[in-house]
Design a protein around this ligand. Sequence first.
Ligand SMILES: O=C(O)CCC(=O)C(=O)O
Ligand SMILES: [Fe+2]
Length: 484
Amino acid sequence: MKFRGAFTRIVMVSSMVDFSNATTHPLQRPIQIKNDSGRKTEVYWVDPGGEMVLQSVGVMTSGNMLTLNSYVNHTFIIKEAPDESGTCNAGTKYSSPSLAPCKTTFFTVDDRDDLGKEGYFEFHTSIVKQYDNTLPCSSVIHILEDMKVEVKENSNEALETTNSITTTCQMKVRPMITTSSGINPNDAIDAFVSCAQPLVANEIEEVNRKIKEQASLRTDLAGEWEDYTCADFNLPTTTPNKMSSWNYRGKEHVVGVLLDRDRAKIHYVKNFITPDECAAIEAAAAPHLHDATVADGSGGSEIVKSRKALQAGVRVPWDKEEEDNPIAAVSRRLYTYINDATGYGIQEAGQEDLMSIQYSGRGLDDLEPDRYMPHCDGQCDGLKFQTAGRVATMVMYCEIPLKGGATNFRNVGVHVVPEAGTAAFFSYLGSDGQTDDRLTEHSCCPVLEGNKKIAVQWLRLGVDAENPWSSFNTLNVKIGSEEV
Ligand SMILES: O=C(O)CCC(=O)C(=O)O
Ligand SMILES: [Fe+2]
């Protein structure tokens, strides 16, 4: 048993919580914890580093489900949270609070290859070891009444639900077939369908509700994750789900795939921009640098505290592409990459200028450092895409700061530490025409020491020479149109 003595420190937000769907590490084990205890419970991860530290993963109200990417040997503690009376006793069979202290369950994600299965849990409730079960890792851990723990496999759960629906409807329809009056087979099928449809719809609605709950939990934790990761200057770039390679005009570029959803992709691409291309962009931008702005929510833009940097738009000299103009060369490369990665078929005509952005570090004590707080570059509400909006971004790192300045995607636990020459790519439109639902929301962590210089291209879909981006306001409404 691992726990000895009192836990001395409880800190918010654990570094092991990874909300991406990555499962590449051989010891990684996705787990789901469902709170069926009827009470509020607190979930902690026991950080094994140094002294035993409890990291709060979240508070679960009854019925909540928590999805985590854990690892073999990680231990979680589930604590019953006291009610308003300050005890965990009210309404239970116990007569005195001392007989029913707030219960604690813990389990360790275990791995026993000798048993021929991939991953297992060990369960313990309170101080007494309740289970020493060996269970498959694709299971949902249910916290039951009295803080007992039970595990159900995901696939079994789905089958159980399907069985219950089909059995209910079979029982309803079978008597119609077997009565002497007899109903024709088509009517029997229709009767089965009209029985099953609302039940299936109900199940889907319930699952959607759970997904929404998950998303809100994720967003609640995301802010803390951003603070934590931005403050850790030693945190490396998130390990990609998959490594890949992109060949452009005979040169191979290493690509790390950090998120790969139909509606939301995040990649890094190594050796994407050359020092000469960076220098050309910076020189073109230098005379025009001004305070950066953001969309003001009513169609215009404004200077705000959440974005502190200098920027200047740089027109891409497409007419000099044949002459190997460095700005045109890197632009052609980035348009090609984005189209290869997404299939959007974006054209250069009517697009925004390339943007040179420069953040300056003024020391660790700076209370208002240059940064860009979490935001989406385009539409990221999960709704139907509004034509002419931004759909992808290429951030190319030219100069990297000494401390701070990582690009952080707080809702998916993705952290990109700038490296000179590397590019971070992300896209936020699905093949179904729906936009990403905040998975590509990102920030530039405070830049505290050194300078960060980047070139950013925001790419739009639905613009062309006749309808350039500037003919739409920041709400993507065509200027002068009747639409509001
Ligand atoms: O500075 C960064 O890393 C990100 C910049 C960014 O998000 C933007 O300019 O839209
Ligand atoms: Fe951005």
